[in-house]
Design a protein around this ligand. Sequence first.
Ligand code: F0G
Length: 461
Amino acid sequence: MSLNKRSWAEPFKIKMVELLKMTTPEQRKKAIKEAGYNTFLLKSEDVYIDLLTDSGTSAMSDHQWSGLMMGDEAYAGSKNYYNLEKAVKKYYGFKYLIPTHQGRGAENLLSQVMIKKGDIIPGNMYFTTTRLHQELAGGVFEDVIIDEAHDPESLHPFKGNIDLNKLESLIQKHGADKIPYVCVAVTVNMAGGQPVSMENLRRLRELTNVHGIKVMLDMTRIAENAYFIQQHEDGYSRRGIASIVKEICSYTDGATFSGKKDALVNIGGFLAVNDQHIFEEASNLVVVYEGLHTYGGLAGRDMEAMAIGIEESVQDDHMKARIGQVQYLGDRLSEAGIPIVKPIGGHGIFIDAKRFLPHLPQDQFPAQALAAELYIDSGVRTMERGIVSAGRNSQTGDHYYPKLELVRLTIPRRVYTQDHMDVISESVERVYEKRKKIKGLEMVYEPRYLRFFQAMFRQLK
Ligand code: F0G
């Protein structure tokens, strides 16, 4: 046996477990029908392996759990707020912090403070809640991601990059005054967890400086993005995740953050900015929507757990194991011939439902149907990231027809073992064998906002 290639394992050991209920295919068929073929409407106790999201589903460390006991639950000026502020300054370098209950709370504040009616907000592909808050504030989102991001088979290593020519044309067309900021997500969730390169961020900074336009990060999975930079971008292989994360932030003016991903907490987020005026406006608004500016909808203990989680998220060993596990599952599925988005992204595997179910037109919701089928096969819960998630154009009322019609197998951090990954892969392979029999869906209930969370469907005959 050659020892050139050594196995690796998780840099933690398990000291508490949550027992899971096993169900039969008949029970699952009934459950998914009752849930209107929407995996968001299943009861968690009916799920075996939960890959719905990596949001708020990670396992906290013993250090984070002990942080919960250190909660200073004062209404104002909690110790934990200052600990969080210290972590944000140390690891991200932003001057001002406003905690929020989760990422979308920060998106609401940023959008309301910075966007005027008729403004244009360029971004590297939309994210559901981010775009909605931009629209509710009167803005119009414009996608300026590189074309490769919309192609599930393109092997571009930084598919999250902004196409600076597209951005420049938008600036020429509308004028810099109409663009309050460029919103850059690291990594890009809807493209398959794809990263942005440091070079792209640097050039974006140069271009926006020329026009006096701000750059605001959606830094929800920034440490995962940093890992891809470390692995694939020239000049970064010897740099630690922490230093790469800080450099990313240095090219921006502020950020919204959902702590429920990278920062390994079950709840929490923040808005962080360098501009005092934006900070003052947002810290006035936060008292309307979230709570006082030193807790923003969080308990003191939640802020403590997030402060500790931020530090844990930028450890190289942690990130290697986290993304290594996603990679392991992706490689297994690829070897089995399952069509997935390539390169494999940071937080999950995205199955290309258009290629998996070529017999279903997009308005029969192939990704939604496939997610339901996977649940019936094995109790593995995944989610749709296609036409249902994309919603409708608020002006014309038509469905958006995204190029990507995906099922996301999102991997929570530090929760499942490699054996779980094998079970998941086998289930996908089984469903792939019988793919021709999978039927399309019809939407029977459609909520107005973020419909993918609550929409209900019926199976077509
Ligand atoms: N930005 C990105 C890139 C996200 O993935 C999310 C949440 C948010 C913002 C909003 O943060 O949930 O804390 O309000 N994504 C979750 C997901 C819901 O499943 O991908 P939040």
